[in-house]
Design a protein around this ligand. Structure first.
Ligand SMILES: [Fe+2]
Length: 293
């Protein structure tokens, strides 16, 4: 199926990243970090399972290996869209599994991707009151994969995400060769999910989208007051054109603060970038995932 044909049939629009689960050997301590760092409150969801929730952002934190990321959850508009989407993925051979998230209303489902991670789809339910705090909407999540071609194909062809930009290795003669990064979207945001080719499958980062450059400064000052140092950025991604910086939580998860992410309507073509830096950072060094070490 071509991208154009997929556009006509994919019911995965709009779909917003709503929350994700990350695990930690000490989930209560990690939840405590996010309470301070992201201004979230903590509520227990079960044994060793916590909801951290703040202004337009929520995460589920459970017990597991450090930096494991068992699932990401995307919200569709209503039950009718969810049912259309269930039929769409079933027709493409994906097997809907029970949704593991306690945050979606009844009726959600999940699909297991080639790396074993679940993509969860459901209806978010009633609009939640926005607590005070710095603006920062949970907006995208990214994974690194040793099964990159299968992952790209799964999210595009089976799940119906639309491809925004791609990054390509050199084909040996200065042209664009194989894809090693794929940015995917289910709404106007340039990407709500992306996959990087890597020697080992792993979580990569998640991002909060803020309202502009001034919020980038406010978040950096906030992290500085907590002795949380920036490890990459500030910079501007080529793909997506967003301003960004990144910090790490105590387990090593990467948290991105982003602003001015490009908006790309349904049907708008993305760009094809050569590997080598500009796609990932127009201002300075890139963070390279596809080489060992
Ligand atoms: Fe990002």
């Amino acid at each position: 199926m071509t991208e154009g044909e997929l556009l006509d049939v994919s019911p995965l629009w709009p779909a917003d990243l709503d929350h994700l689960r990350i695990d930690s050997p000490d989930p209560r301590a990690l939840a405590g970090f996010y309470e301070r760092a992201l201004g979230t409150s903590i509520s227990p969801l079960g044994r060793d399972l916590y909801l951290v929730e703040g202004r337009q952002r929520r995460l589920v934190i459970g017990r597991g290996e450090a930096r494991s990321h068992p699932w990401s959850a995307f919200a569709l508009e209503d039950d009718a869209q969810l049912e259309r989407y269930r039929r769409f993925v079933a027709a493409r051979g994906a097997e809907p599994l029970p949704a593991p998230s306690p945050l979606f209303a009844r009726g959600g489902f999940a699909l297991r991707d080639p790396d074993g991670r679940l993509a969860v789809f459901g209806v978010a339910g009633a609009e939640r009151a926005a607590p005070p705090g710095l603006p920062g909407r949970l907006q995208h999540v990214v994974v690194a994969s040793e099964r990159f071609p299968a992952m790209m194909s799964f999210y595009r062809d089976k799940l119906g995400f639309l491809v925004s930009d791609t990054v390509h290795v050199d084909d040996g003669s200065g042209g664009l060769g194989d894809v090693n990064v794929c940015f995917l979207r289910g709404n106007l945001d340039h990407h709500s999910f992306a996959v990087f080719r890597a020697p080992k499958s792993a979580s990569d980062h998640f991002a909060l989208e803020v309202t502009g450059w001034d919020d980038i400064r406010r978040w950096a000052d906030h992290f500085a007051a907590l002795d949380i140092g920036i490890w990459w950025g500030p910079g501007r991604h080529g793909a997506g054109n967003n301003l960004f910086f990144m910090v790490k939580d105590p387990d090593g998860n990467n948290v991105e603060i982003s602003a001015d992410l490009e908006r790309l309507p349904k049907g708008a073509p993305g760009r094809r970038w050569p590997a080598g830096g500009k796609a990932l950072n127009l201002w300075g060094p890139a963070w390279v995932r596809d080489t060992p070490g």
